[in-house]
Design a protein around this ligand. Structure first.
Ligand code: FAD
Ligand code: NAP
Length: 340
């Protein structure tokens, strides 16, 4: 049986770099180890947290339970036809390394998702997305262990109930499953997405004459490196809030007061997505810093830990931001990061 450590600092295991203790911590490298740990926990009855790369969590206090770090590795081609290749990746694979594997093999579909931190296993959790592509666009299926009874269950696309930074695993099945592997359906004949954010500009600046999977990946990497804080240098968990999606009539009313308010089509024609970064900047938080907790000057949607901020301080800052955005615009920002 794998050794389960006690009173371990989670600082190296969360990209915010927040220093809290886990009552128990165990990295698991195989499915057998995971099953043994779950068996052990049947007698211990500890609260259980499945951790990947820790890049979408904020710990606001010590974790009074068992943190299981999922390190399952392996990537394999399980099927292909004239148009698609089906690649299965184990949950503990690093996401960006997996994207690079696909770019090198000319499997098209996830190059816009380059440089997102974290692991494969968390990719369906919030249907990760960037630059006009979401995991739901390439998702085929996943296998997950039902935590209460250890039974393996397969989920189809429809069963995952993907939404904007959402899935069933963040909603009704929260804390119920450990995602073991994910299968992606990637294209052999490319269908690129470049009309989002400033990908086209970046490609032009890079002198790209012909679109390719690699060129788009490089453009995305370059843009991200220029505006997002590197978590190995400044603690953060990416966008702290979701972009709010509001009713079109409400958006039009706001436009009368703030003619420059940006808006993008929401999930249907009655809804508009407003960049939360703009709302936060307009309420004066961009570049704000209190102690070591701050709102990143180059991208105010990202809250940062400049060194020794506690999770409580970062959370308190997020509450202040929510309050002032609501006061000024009547829009309630929702946290995207998982709070523990
Ligand atoms: P963790 O933080 O370890 O876990 C996140 C949640 O998923 C937790 O609730 C955890 O319990 C659960 N979980 C993790 N693995 C499993 C598993 N195997 N089974 C069951 N539950 C599990 N996100 C985007 O969507 N788009 C972006 O462009 C983006 N950019 C980012 C940029 C930066 C600089 C940073 C720091 C973060 C960014 N993120 C982005 C957020 C984050 O990287 C992603 O959400 C990522 O998928 C989280 O992966 P992780 O392995 O670190 O998950
Ligand atoms: P940006 O390009 O400055 O755009 C600002 C916002 O406008 C984005 O949040 C994006 O929404 C939206 N947007 C831009 N072009 C759009 C279009 N053509 N159609 C619809 N919506 C559009 O954004 P950014 O902050 O630099 O981020 C770039 C991309 O990386 C975004 O997709 C963002 O979601 C993603 N990202 C995510 C995280 C995270 O932690 N979740 C962190 C960093 C970056 P969407 O966010 O809905 O795409």
């Amino acid at each position: 049986m794998k050794k389960i450590a006690s009173n371990i600092s989670l600082q190296p295991y969360n990209s915010f770099g927040v220093d809290v203790l886990a009552r128990h911590f165990v990295p698991a490298d195989s499915l057998n180890e995971i099953k043994e740990i779950l068996e052990w926990n049947k007698t211990q009855q500890q609260r259980l947290l499945i951790l990947g790369g820790g890049s979408n969590v904020l710990f606001t206090h010590d974790y009074d339970g068992l943190v299981l770090q999922n390190n399952l590795k392996g990537i394999s081609k399980i099927n292909e036809d004239d148009h698609f290749v089906y690649i299965k990746a184990m949950a503990g694979e690093n996401w960006h390394s997996f994207v690079q594997f696909c770019v090198e093999n000319k499997y098209q579909g996830i190059e816009n998702l380059s440089l997102i931190p974290g692991n494969v296993g968390a990719s369906p959790m919030q249907n990760i997305g960037a630059y006009g592509v979401e995991i739901k666009d390439v998702f085929e299926s996943l296998d997950a262990l039902h935590l209460p009874d250890g039974v393996m269950v397969s989920f189809t696309h429809a069963q995952c109930k993907f939404g904007y930074r959402e899935s069933i695993f963040k909603q009704s099945l929260r804390n119920q499953f450990l995602i073991v592997s994910v299968t992606y359906k990637l294209r052999k004949q490319p269908k690129f997405t470049v009309n989002y954010g400033n990908i086209e500009q970046a490609l032009e600046q890079m002198g790209v004459k012909e679109l390719s999977i690699e060129a788009i990946a490089n453009a995305v990497i370059q843009i991200r490196q220029s505006k997002l804080p590197d978590p190995t240098k400044i603690g953060n968990a990416g966008s702290f809030f979701k972009n709010p999606v509001i009713h079109q009539t409400f958006y039009e009313a706001l436009q009368k007061l703030y003619p420059e308010i940006p808006g993008f089509p929401g999930n249907d024609k009655f809804m508009t997505k407003v960049p939360a970064a703009w709302l936060i900047e307009q309420t004066g938080w961009k570049g704000y810093r209190k102690g070591d907790a701050g709102c990143y000057p180059l991208q105010p949607l990202v809250l940062v830990n400049y060194g020794k901020a506690s999770g409580t301080e970062i959370y308190a800052l997020s509450s202040e931001i929510i309050e002032s955005v609501q006061e000024k615009f009547g829009i309630l920002l929702e946290r995207e990061v998982n709070i523990y």
